[in-house]
Each structure stands twice: as structure tokens, then as C-alpha cells.
Design a protein around this ligand. Structure first.
Ligand code: ADP
Length: 255
């Protein structure tokens, strides 16, 4: 509470009381806190890759380099630029969702095919991890915005890989229920400490641990994934044991 006080005097200047105003500033403080987290994230997450893009392009411009070095540098520049671009996309997507302007183009799609595609994309990106797909016994058709659902699955797969530094197996599965399908991504990675678990879907939240901080991330991915699932009328949750791994899941309505 913010406290404001002022003396109250009568016409002759005699003190007759005191005015006290108490104002609840919880919401303002929360907004301030969010703004300062945003500033820190923006300055760190945007400046680090930008600095490397600037540095490396300067090198390309001014030095005579052999073909291999040029290719390596260009690879780094490309990766950093992509990281920037996906951070900005996530941020704008979240903004759109929060202003309730997200437009979903709902249509039936085959869940097994989408999972197979996602696993193929991520399987090719990491040699240290084994990705296993365990689809439903029978074909499942969900109703949703296929591109947005793909974004959710990509986020869960990318986290499962990022936060399993020693490799390990990532299992993707789909369980069919009455009118819903539940898609799960299970890893054998770091897991999430119990105290941090209630905050995992918050914007900008990242587990404050060295292993996490070392990995690039903005803390926006799960907030966005969660909002996309909820916009579909689904639910999202997870089970996690620190040191043992995590299983993130979400549901979608089926046709
Ligand atoms: P980011 O990965 O960009 O930090 P996310 O919103 O995707 O942001 O995740 C928020 C935080 O939750 C991560 O920083 C990490 O600490 C934790 N987390 C998410 N997924 C996993 C996972 N599969 N295993 C362990 N920790 C995870």
C-alpha cells in the first residue's frame, strides 16, 4: 500500500486532523516489475546476437578470409539473426494473443502426420538426442490451427532438447480420449525444481540455475504455447522431477 498523508487545519489554522490516503499499488508494481524484466530481456537477448552479427559482418567486410572461415562466419551470422527473428515473433505473437486478436484458422488435421513432421525436423537438428515417436493406435483427427499447433509442438521439442544437455531420449506420444487427444513430450533432462514449477508458464520466467542460463532463451516460449492451447479450448500441463526429466502435455479437441 502506498500511504499519503496531509494535515487538516481549520479556518484559524488550528490542526484538527490528518488526511490519510492508502492506495493499493500492487498492480502498478507488477507492471513496473514486468517492464524492467522486459528491458533486461530485450537488452540481453537482443544485444548479444546483434553484437555478434555486427562483429562478424565487420570481419567479413574487412578481412581476407579463406572459403571455410567465411562459411563458418556466415553460419554464425545466420543462426544469430534467426534467433533474433524468432524472439521478436514470439514477443509479437504473445502481444497479439493478450490483446485477443489471435485469429485461428480451424480445420481438421491428422495428428500422427503432424507429430511425424515435427519429430523429423528436430531429429535432424540434434545428433546427441534420440527422438522417438509413439503415435495413437488408430488415426486421430484433431480440430485446430495446424500451423499454431505445430508451433506448440516445436516449442516443447526444442525445450526437451535444450534442457537435456547430456543427450538422452525424447519421447513424443499421442493418447486418444473421448473427444480429445493428449499430446505429450517427455524428456530425461534437467527437470524443473519444485519451487519453480508454479511459474513455468509465466512470461519471461526462466529457472534461475546455471545450466538453464547457459542455454539461449527468452522465457516466452511456454507462455505462448500455453496461450495457443487455451485459445483452442485445450489444456496444458506438465510433470517434472528435478534431475530426472519432464513431461509436458497438452490436449486438443478431436473431430
Ligand atoms: P526459454 O526456453 O526461452 O527459457 P520457455 O518459456 O520455453 O523459455 O521455458 C521457461 C523455462 O522453463 C525455461 O527457461 C526452463 O528453465 C524451464 N523449462 C522449460 N521446458 C523445460 C524442460 N523440458 N526441462 C527443464 N526445464 C524446462
Amino acid at each position: 500500500l502506498e500511504r499519503y498523508t496531509a494535515p487538516i487545519d481549520d479556518a484559524r489554522g488550528t490542526r484538527i486532523g490528518r488526511l490519510v490516503v492508502l492506495r493499493d499499488v500492487t498492480r502498478e508494481r507488477e507492471v513496473d516489475q514486468l517492464k524492467s524484466t522486459l528491458m533486461q530481456t530485450v537488452s540481453h537477448e537482443l544485444r548479444t546476437p546483434l553484437a555478434s552479427v555486427v562483429g562478424y559482418t565487420e570481419l567479413l567486410r574487412t578481412r581476407r578470409l579463406d572459403a571455410d572461415s567465411r562459411a563458418e562466419i556466415l553460419g554464425t551470422v545466420h543462426r544469430e539473426a534467426k534467433r533474433l527473428s524468432s524472439l521478436i515473433d514470439d514477443f509479437l505473437d504473445l502481444q497479439t494473443i493478450e490483446e485477443q486478436r489471435l485469429e485461428l484458422s480451424l480445420a481438421p488435421f491428422d495428428v500422427g502426420a503432424l507429430l511425424a513432421e515435427s519429430v523429423a525436423v528436430f531429429g535432424g537438428q540434434s545428433e546427441a538426442h534420440t527422438l522417438v515417436l509413439l503415435p495413437c493406435e488408430q488415426p486421430v483427427v484433431a480440430v485446430g490451427d495446424r500451423a499454431r499447433v505445430a508451433q506448440v509442438i516445436a516449442n516443447l521439442l526444442s525445450n526437451a532438447i535444450k534442457y537435456s544437455p547430456d543427450g538422452g531420449t525424447v519421447r513424443v506420444s499421442a493418447q486418444c480420449g473421448e473427444g480429445v487427444v493428449r499430446i505429450s513430450v517427455a524428456d530425461e533432462g534437467l527437470g524443473i525444481p519444485l519451487a519453480a514449477q508454479p511459474r513455468v508458464f509465466e512470461k519471461f520466467f526462466r529457472v534461475a540455475r546455471e545450466e538453464t542460463v547457459r542455454v539461449a532463451g527468452s522465457g516466452l516460449g511456454l507462455a505462448l504455447a500455453h496461450d495457443i492451447v487455451v485459445a483452442h479450448g485445450g489444456e496444458m500441463g506438465f510433470e517434472s522431477v528435478e534431475g530426472d526429466g519432464s513431461t509436458f502435455w497438452f490436449t486438443l479437441p478431436t473431430a
